[in-house]
Unconditional design. Structure first.
Length: 479
């Protein structure tokens, strides 16, 4: 059955407020009529959107679902140290934990108007549990299982005691094994219900051998899949990348594998020189900006204004719960707009609200390869719609809708959300699955999770001494 939204008021791709009647059929916006002019049909359900503002569903373009169970753990450490603990906790998660973590994150994102995400997923054996949860959630996901075969202690050339090193030397999955894993996952899940999309997910260039990156290229070309990776998140990664791969660093490593092109989306991209930005732009690479985790981990500030000036597609990500804040792009948009203004005296280099909102909507869809179906309220696009109640303090008087969305809205005005024409949030209640049951089950398992991770966290404590020594030595040498 089709659905018409009468008296709709929405924000278009140029940031203007438009009005009309929106006809939805088979998950798509079939036609937009002038307000009140849709003739009606016995076959069409009607929704009155009077008093609401509709925006396109937003895209969280870099995110780690497993971390939804790790809020409150180790957020006062830089990346090289933080990684020890997120790995320790992560390896302790069961299939049920992963399933629950995905649904927790889905609820948080849906309530904040996020209808699509890219999940850069490290727990290969538990991929199907995650995908089952995404199917239940109603969300669109670009699912990127991580490929890596170089541990950090090798890349950083850490001097570890023999007993710790022996425990760290776990053989990685071979390229043949990862090829089989991806092939089977793609056959079963890619394109399922038009909401599951597989993406090739190298963890980071420095965590992959040439063979692993060549596998990424092979999988991408064979199955016509995009590629997503972390890139140059810290100064240590940049400098040690140059030690390993020569003066041109990790970009050479990516280029030699044949994946430095328009199939590639990179998260963070903080420590880029000018020539590196120019090379990425020339090759058609897209960028995902993650301001919260960049700040919490002390990694640095990405040159977002320069990215936009050079014409990069730039999306937004919330990263992980244990190195970010909430999975709300309203919060992320504020950080994107405000943080770069600190110390920048030229207001011509400040990002305006329309640029930032576009990163969360149209640009976010673009970096995930969905630019012709998501990120905009227009005919032939998916009916991924977010309904905000205008009878709130944020919207009592509308001067500029996009500015108010970016600087004043926090998600509390959201009343309902639909994905491909189906309600996933209605009257502030998740409708696609039983959110209360998920929360209850997570609470029941909380102590078990702590017990399961205790040994791994204790081992991380032992490693921390040596990584901390390396970290402080590196930055002391830089002074």
């Amino acid at each position: 059955m089709s659905l018409v939204i009468r008296q709709a008021e929405w924000i278009d791709k140029k940031g203007s407020v438009k009005t009309g009647d929106i006809l939805i059929k088979e998950g798509k916006i079939e036609k937009i009529f002038p307000s009140g002019s849709y003739p009606g049909s016995a076959e069409t359900r009607e929704v009155d959107a009077t008093g609401q503002l509709i925006i396109p569903g937003m895209t969280n373009a870099h995110y780690h679902s497993y971390s939804n169970l790790l809020k409150g753990t180790e957020t006062d450490l830089p990346l090289e140290l933080w990684s020890l603990y997120t790995v320790a906790y992560g390896h302790s998660l069961t299939d049920e934990d992963i399933y629950l973590a995905v649904l927790l994150g889905a609820a948080e994102m849906i309530r904040n108007g996020v209808t699509s995400c890219l999940d850069h997923f490290p727990h290969i054996p538990k991929s199907e549990s995650a995908l089952e949860a995404y199917l239940e959630s109603g969300m669109h996901v670009s699912f990127a299982p991580m490929i890596h075969d170089v541990p950090d202690h090798h890349f950083l050339q850490l001097d570890l005691p023999d007993d710790l090193r022996r425990k760290m030397e776990v053989p990685p999955r071979s390229s043949a094994q990862m090829n089989d894993f991806y092939s089977e996952l793609i056959e079963k899940w890619h394109g399922k219900e038009d909401r599951i999309q597989l993406t090739v997910g190298p963890n980071a260039p420095q965590r992959c051998t040439a063979e692993a990156l060549e596998l990424c290229d092979h999988l991408s070309r064979t199955y016509d899949l995009p590629i997503h990776t972390h890139l140059l998140e810290t100064k240590i990664q940049r400098d040690y990348g140059r030690r390993h791969y020569g003066e041109d660093g990790v970009l050479t490593h990516l280029d030699q594998a044949g994946i430095l092109d328009n199939r590639l989306t990179v998260a963070h991209a903080i420590w880029l020189d000018e020539w590196e930005m120019d090379l990425l732009k020339e090759r058609g690479v897209s960028i995902v900006h993650n301001p919260a985790s960049n700040m919490i981990l002390g990694s640095g500030q990405a040159p977002v204004f320069d990215f936009l000036q050079k014409g990069f597609p730039v999306g937004l990500g919330t990263d992980a719960s244990n190195c970010g804040t909430t999975h709300s792009l309203f919060e992320t948009m504020k950080l994107v707009a405000m943080v770069p203004r600190i110390g920048e005296r030229d207001p011509g280099r400040w990002l305006d609200a329309s640029q930032v909102f576009n990163m969360a909507t149209g640009q976010g869809a673009l970096v995930l390869g969905n630019e012709n179906r998501k990120g905009e309220i227009a005919e032939d696009f998916d009916a991924d719609l977010v309904f905000l109640n205008k009878n709130t303090t944020t919207w009592t008087n509308t001067h500029d809708a996009v500015t108010q969305l970016v600087f004043h809205e926090n998600g509390s005005s959201i009343d309902s959300v639909m994905i491909q024409g189906e309600w996933v949030l209605k009257n502030k209640q998740i409708t696609s699955y039983d959110e209360k049951r998920v929360i209850q089950r997570v609470q029941e398992r909380a102590e078990t999770l702590r017990e399961n991770s205790a040994e791994a966290v204790a081992f991380a404590d032992k490693l921390r001494v040596h990584v901390e020594e390396f970290y402080h030595h590196f930055y002391k040498r830089e002074e």
